[in-house]
Structures are given as C-alpha cells and as structure tokens.
Design a protein around this ligand. Structure first.
Ligand code: ADP
Ligand code: MG
Length: 437
C-alpha cells in the first residue's frame, strides 16, 4: 500500500547553467495501487524523476513522500534499499553467468533473508512472471522476453510496494513489446503494487496507464487519464506528442458560449466548444486528430442523390469491400444523422445554411462547396496501414490534413473529396506568432 506525493521537486546537474534543470517544480500525486506513466521525449527528465523517487539522487528542492512519510528532501534521503521499492532498468542486464534462480535471489541475499524463505520468495516471483520451472537456465538459454521477465522477477522478489520501471520494454521487438505490455498491466492488477513506468512511447503509455504524466524540458505538461491527455491535450506539445495530429493554423472569427468559430480556410470553418481566453482575430492552431476528419467522395453530386456518396456506384469492377462499405455508411447514418456521412450538393448546403443560421457549438463542421463545381480537397497521398488507410487531403489553401479512414474506404490520388471535421473533438491553442488581422 503506497501512494507517492511529489511536491515542488527540482534537480539540476552541474552549475554551468543554473536555469537548466533536469526536473523543475514537479508536483505529482501517485495513488496507491495505480499504474502511472511518465511520458515524454528523450531528455525530458523521466529517468531523473524515477531515480529521485528511488532515492539514488538527492533533490535540489522539494520533497517525495510515500504514505505521508518524507523519503527525500534536499537535506535527507532515505537509502534506496530502505524504501520498499523495486526498480527495473532500461538496460535490464541480467547476469549472464548466473542462472535464473541466482539472478532473482540476489536481492534477498543482500538482505540476508534465510535460504528457505528466499527460495520460496523466488518461486513466488518467478510464478508471477510465468517463469516457473526455468530456475536452472542461463540467460543465453532464454528468449528476450524471458530475460526481461527475469529482470522483473528480480525486482519483484523483494516484495516491493512500489515498482519503478525505466523503459523496460525498449530492448524487445514490436510484437513481444505488445505482449509484455499486457503482462505488465496484468501483473500490476494482480499484485496491487504501485507502478511508476517511464517511456517515450505514447502508445505504450495509453495502453498501460491509469494516469499519464506528460513531461517536456523537465516540466510536467499535463497529468491525466490516457483519454484526457489524448483527447483534451493541455497544450500544443501534449497534442503533438500524443500520437498523430494535424496542427492547423486558423483565426478566431466569432465567440459564442465559451466556444466559437475558427476559420481554417475560406472553405473550412469549425464551431469549437472551447476557446478559453481567445479573442476574434487571434491566430490559433487547431489540433485535429486524423480519426476526426471524414472524407466523402463527390461522385454523388452529379446525380443529385442524397446519401449515396459512400456507397459509390459500381462504375468500376465491384470490390470485395463494397458491401461492407454500404453497411458502414448506413450504420453511421442511423447513429449520427446522415449529414455526417454524405457529400452535400451545393443547393442542399445553401438551403441548410439559410435554415440553420447559427450552428450550435459542437456541431460537426463541414467544408461546404461554394458552388456546384467547387472542390474541397484533393487526395495527394495515401498510406496503407493494414487496419486503416491514411490519406493526405490537401485543401485549396495548400493546408494538408492527414486523415484516417476505414481500410475499405478508398480514394484515388488526385480525387477531389468533401472534408468534414468533428469540431467537438478539436482543441484550440493560441498561435505561436500571435499576430492578428
Ligand atoms: P529522459 O530519461 O527523459 O531521457 P533524463 O532524466 O535522463 O531524461 O535526463 C534529463 C536531462 O538531464 C538531460 O538533459 C540529461 O542530459 C541530463 N542529465 C541526466 N543525468 C545527468 C547526469 N548524471 N549528469 C548531467 N546531466 C544529466
Ligand atoms: Mg531515460
């Protein structure tokens, strides 16, 4: 049972540049029995934070408490062995000349645990990481994943209440990394140990964590659930770091109920829910995730039919995916209203604009065709990723939007498409230049 409270924690190395701190003014509340990830680019201070928590280094300022007891402060640091913490290092380095058993029992020998008790604890630790029966093997007789589990068992064997893990999966190949992710998450749930996990891999952080602390330049940028940091990033850095995002320059055009209208280009305006402290005319960047943009073929406009744009007439050969596409389109129509899934003809749009003068905040913004022949965006690149298609849609202004679609939704390079953005899912940040018009 161990919650960690970090307050005003700072650490600089050397005195050449006093303004440079590896960790600066860090406040973090890590709940007992939770999985918390420190996430950020290389050099942002993750390892330093972990080593401060472990007691390997002394803070310049601030305190670290575990269950109300101060373990670190500038004047006094409880030694690593006396903290009830285990640590798994980035380079897990199991001893090659020792068996699995000898590797794992090492920490217990240091603590002078009697042999019989130590043997039992090693068995328990090996069972936790699914290595029972491999006690006598040497590391070169184990796979990379098994070696990583030996390193885990070595830190679990001392029965820590807090486990600190520094990029423990970075030496493994992609497939194994994903499997170990699941195992780590399960291990945390089963043991109730508080996990503090360091990674630069946002997917890993999202998959594993109860809470993610996004760091940059030694400072905490945001602390929240995976959903919060992904969907509601606190700033541009977080938006950019948490996966693929289009950061699109725009201008605030009008305010309404805390939100307002942002113009991306004459063809594309967004009614966003939150525009905290922004004024009309201000330059902003809009963060748009690729999955919140919908592309629609313009083919149906010629026929003037509603709703058939996604289920394109089989003008070419019928494809295996065509049925699925039809089902997808009709399902989406049922759920979200069919305005979201079709290309509008120019006359329909004119009619709707007249009816609906002020779209409510949060409604889907559509880049509306200005006239019958108007084209909204051109497909300029396509990347097939197996479970998704990624398209680059270039607006007339030259702005490129990266869009992810269902793998069976196809567009050709050069094809012109309608673009819809789900404005409810966009975040707006004050523009870097700050100039207004
Ligand atoms: P991360 O783990 O996020 O990659 P670190 O915590 O290792 O980042 O490093 C943060 C910053 O502190 C980096 O600029 C790094 O060069 C510096 N740093 C870390 N450890 C030391 C050290 N022992 N001496 C000098 N500088 C260090
Ligand atoms: Mg590091």
């Amino acid at each position: 049972m161990a919650g960690i409270a970090i307050r005003g924690l700072s650490k600089s190395f050397g005195t050449r540049d006093a303004s440079f701190a590896a960790v600066a003014d860090l406040d973090l509340e890590i709940k007992d029995n939770s999985f918390v990830t420190l996430l950020g680019p290389s050099g942002c201070g993750k390892t330093t934070t972990l080593r401060l928590i472990a007691g390997y280094i002394v803070p310049d300022k601030g305190t670290i408490e575990v269950d109300g007891r101060v373990l670190s402060s500038p004047g006094a640091v409880v030694s690593p062995e006396a903290r009830g913490m285990g640590m798994v290092f980035q380079n897990y380095a199991v001893w090659p000349h020792k068996t699995v058993f000898e590797n794992v029992v090492f920490g217990l020998k240091l603590r002078r645990i009697p042999t019989a008790a130590a043997k039992k604890q090693v068995e328990t630790a090996l069972a936790l990481v699914n290595l029972s029966g491999l006690e006598g093997r040497y590391p070169n007789e184990l796979s990379g994943g098994q070696q990583q589990r030996v390193a885990l068992a070595r830190s679990l064997v001392v029965e820590p209440s807090i486990l600190l893990l520094d990029e423990p999966l970075s030496n493994l190949d992609a497939k194994l990394r994903e499997r170990m992710r699941t195992e780590l998450k399960e291990l945390q749930r089963r043991t109730g140990i508080t996990f503090v996990y360091v990674t630069h891999d946002q997917a890993e952080a999202l998959a594993l964590s109860d809470h993610v602390a996004v760091m940059s330049g030694g400072r905490l940028q945001q602390y929240g659930t995976p959903f919060e940091v992904y969907a509601h990033p606190a700033n541009r850095m977080v938006a950019d770091f948490m996966g693929l995002v289009n950061l699109v320059p725009g201008k605030v055009r009008a305010l309404a109920n805390g939100g307002g209208t942002v113009e991306i280009s004459p063809d594309l305006t967004l009614d966003v829910a939150a525009l905290d402290g922004l004024k009309p005319g201000e330059s902003v960047d809009v963060a748009i995730r690729p999955e919140n943009i919908r592309l629609t073929a313009l083919a149906s406009e010629a026929s003037g039919q509603r709703g058939d744009s996604q289920v394109r007439a089989p003008d070419t050969r019928p494809e295996p995916g065509s049925t699925a596409r039809a089902a997808l389109a009709s399902e989406a129509s049922g759920q979200r209203g069919d305005s979201q899934v079709r290309a509008h003809s120019a006359s329909e749009d004119a009619r709707e604009r007249a009816d609906d003068t002020r779209p409510e905040p949060g409604s889907t913004a559509r880049a509306a065709p200005a006239g019958a022949g108007a084209k909204l965006a051109k497909i300029t690149n396509h990347v097939f990723l197996g479970n998704i298609n990624e398209y680059y849609a270039t607006l007339p202004s030259g702005q490129v939007l990266r869009v992810q679609t269902h793998p069976l939704q196809h567009f050709k390079i050069g094809e012109e498409v309608a673009v819809e953005v789900d404005a409810t899912q966009c975040s707006v940040f004050r523009g870097a230049t700050g100039h207004t018009t």
